[in-house]
Design a protein. Sequence first.
Lengths: 285, 285
Amino acid sequence: MKVHPDCLPCFFKQTVIALKQGTKDGRLQEKVIKGVLEEIERADLSKSPAHATTFMHRRIRQVLGRDPFKKVKSDYNRIAMKSYPRLSRFAAGSRDPLFTAARLAIAGNIIDFGIFTSIDIDATVERALQGAIACDDYADFKRAVRGARGDILYLADNAGEIVFDRILIESLGNMGRKVIVAVKGGPVLNDATLEDAASAGITEICRVVDNGSDCVGTILPMTSAGFRKVYRDAGLVISKGQGNFETLLEEKKHIFFLFQSKCEVVSRELGLPLKSMLLKRAENW
Amino acid sequence: MKVHPDCLPCFFKQTVIALKQGTKDGRLQEKVIKGVLEEIERADLSKSPAHATTFMHRRIRQVLGRDPFKKVKSDYNRIAMKSYPRLSRFAAGSRDPLFTAARLAIAGNIIDFGIFTSIDIDATVERALQGAIACDDYADFKRAVRGARGDILYLADNAGEIVFDRILIESLGNMGRKVIVAVKGGPVLNDATLEDAASAGITEICRVVDNGSDCVGTILPMTSAGFRKVYRDAGLVISKGQGNFETLLEEKKHIFFLFQSKCEVVSRELGLPLKSMLLKRAENW
């Protein structure tokens, strides 16, 4: 999936969001903007949008001298943890806990800048549980979970959202599956790192690895050799979020993508409305 | 008014609009995008957004090898001309033709990409006439029109919109005022040029000059000496559109700005909601 002209305004929206979190200093803001322009100019637009924005966010952090999303990520985790006990009980007590937990994990993918309040969570959870999933390969998913040869690699996406992931990870554990959770090797956007996995209590329930990279999504050549071994050995991959979908959709691997389509470009590519919820089997299975 | 970080996504939205009108060739689109990135990187962000986008649109036309808005402008003129007889009669027959015509001219400033159909015109005209003007210096405006020492210089904005301007220009003529209309010296965005003034029949009712420039708004140092003389000699300036407001708001000159605030940055600066309608006296009068 390559960069579409429509991605450009969005790259700069992301920059504006980072600046709002990052600094009020007008001169520093201008320096960030010039750096972003340089990075996008230099980027290979025939690669995925995630590829271009990886370099963009790296430059933003470098010019700011810090991770602008640190505070917001910790806020996300805190707010989501409030919902955890209730949602966890709800999933465990449901007729098909895997089904409910998978839907909650997709619902959790709504967690993003400016659209994360308790009200949003409740509304999205409601929507996800009503079955409004635009692409629903759940039957396949359940079969694949049961039949996977080897561990299940769970590619986490955002902080906050990772609390919802925990419910699905626990549900997989209750089915006797061994799960390895992968997080980012360094800060990028509001993506979960080891610290966030620990905040959500995930380090206590399963093995957590970092992917050795600060890339948006999972750009395999940028990840560590250690992570790539875990990926290769995994019997099944559960991939969260649009970034991971963008970067892994052409992989020849047993992957299920659980996410919400958050932009026009990806939604068009999928032939689905914006903000669709998906539980989608990889095509090059 | 300087470039705000929030302007950046908008610059690229404008680029996307130009590309949609301009070419379906992916490689040419990429060349345009790289050119735009270069221009914005090079731009002086302490100047107005109109300044940066002047160079941006120049580069877009240069890489495309043509004016991407040529067709859309002629469509705008054609659609607006259909409403002209009805609206013109309506203004002439109203209790205060200048009042009605000024409001119609502000209503016409809605004409922009993707929001220009007959339905939009009717709805906006309705809104403008209901008196929903956020900043209304009409009493001052009427006094200034009556008392202006010298010609009235009318700075046109968009194609299509210029048909609405004609109604106000005729109304000024009926009050015995001499009006000179200024259009752009070359294509830029959907801004009116001599060709559009002719399409709207304005060249037949008054003197029309071009400003010798393809700038967004009116960047005086970029305009021709001939235009600047007309500007200096004018007793009163009627300035249409946000671009002209951005570039002339600090001028020490008798100017009234008639426009709709089309972006968050300008609306915030004005302390008004987005899409506000304004008939605003210049502050450095």
